[in-house]
Design a protein around this ligand. Structure first.
Ligand SMILES: Cc1ncc(C[n+]2csc(CCOP(=O)(O)OP(=O)(O)O)c2C)c(N)n1
Length: 326
């Protein structure tokens, strides 16, 4: 287990703050009708993507979850989030050249987007895990998914083969208890996704998804196991989405508004505030530094908004070159 330096802890904290500020920017732009696409906020989920993807190497492969449309997985890895905003505005400077709607892609850093059909990332990760094993360079595939995605058959196919072939895949499930308007208990009798993993002989660990360090430490173990050739692991992060499924939609469970008490009780465990309090106690953060980091992130997101508005739309003549070819 790596000892985390002050610099490492501040990197995690800055990544959480920048993720939240860019998420808030996208939420506002969606409300103002300035995005050309929809937006699934990551508010509440930030610690999962930030904690787990901080452990990826540039040559690893990442299939990400749709919350935050790439922000929690890209920001800690040094990818400039202004490309996220530009992509949502359909600009050529976006991370998909302005044509993907919302998909985050960065081939240099191994970010291979999220699946439009949720749950499809499981089998793609198994395929990349197989490639990684054959490459023999210690690469791994990360697969992020929601609990709703787990209800698809691909989850089981991927678990089975990854376990049988000891593929280097780290599955991170962001379990917020809901899939769109449907609570989990309507679609499965299994409360913990980690139990499903165990059925396939894949180690499954449940962690507090509001605690960035808990996510980081569990991922660290899974990554070590995968790089040593010992096979896949699954980390189930219990988390909560503070906003509706996507911006502008009713925030309901079935047809009833979600419980205000439940939202308030999870708000007490806000992942950004929890980590801030921890770092203040450890004297890694001071009030002045908190203010400085927040100001920098505000300035960065304001600059990203301007950059995106000022960027050109993609040239239609170039569209044929932008279609993916292996
Ligand atoms: C195969 C498929 N079915 C349905 C949808 C529509 N859809 C998009 S997100 C979503 C809910 C996903 O729930 P979960 O995986 O738990 O993630 P969450 O949105 O709760 O973070 C659904 C049903 C889809 N994109 N793909």
């Amino acid at each position: 287990m790596k000892e985390l330096s002050k610099q490492d802890l501040l990197h995690l904290y800055r990544s959480l703050i920048r993720t939240r500020k860019f998420d808030q920017l996208n939420v506002r732009l969606a409300a103002e009708g300035k995005l050309l696409t929809f937006y699934h906020s990551a508010h509440g989920h930030e610690a999962v993507g930030v904690g787990a993807s901080s452990l990826a190497r540039d040559d690893d492969y990442l299939f990400i979850h749709h919350r935050g449309h790439g922000l929690p997985y890209s920001i800690p890895r040094g990818i400039d989030p202004k490309s996220c905003v530009a992509e949502h505005m359909g600009r050529a400077t976006g991370w998909g050249g302005g044509i993907t709607g919302f998909h985050a892609v960065d081939k240099e850093k191994g970010v291979l987007s999220s699946a439009g059909t949720i749950g499809s990332g499981f089998v793609l990760s198994a395929g990349y895990g197989l490639a990684a094993k054959k490459n023999g360079r210690g690469q791994i595939a990360f697969c992020f998914s929601g609990d709703g995605g787990v209800q698809r058959g691909q989850f089981h196919e991927a678990m089975n083969l990854c376990a049988a072939w000891k593929l280097p895949v780290v599955f991170v499930v962001e379990n917020n208890g809901m899939a769109w308007f449907t609570p989990n208990c309507d679609t499965t009798a299994v409360e913990h996704v980690a139990d499903l993993a165990k059925a396939y002989q894949v180690p499954g660990e449940i962690v507090d998804g509001m605690d960035v360090l808990a996510v980081y430490r569990a991922t660290e173990k899974a990554v070590e196991r995968a790089r040593k050739g010992e096979g896949p692991s699954l980390i189930e992060c219990k988390t909560f989405r503070y906003r509706p499924h996507s911006e502008g939609r009713p925030d309901v469970s079935h047809y009833e508004p979600r419980s205000k008490e439940e939202i308030a009780s999870w708000m007490e465990r806000d992942p950004v505030r929890l980590f801030e309090e921890k770092l203040l106690k450890k004297k890694v953060l001071t009030a002045a530094l908190i203010e400085e980091i927040a100001r920098e992130a505000d300035e960065e997101s304001a600059a990203a908004e301007k950059f995106s508005f000022d960027s050109p739309f993609p040239d239609p003549a170039r569209l044929p070159d932008m279609v993916y070819a292996p």
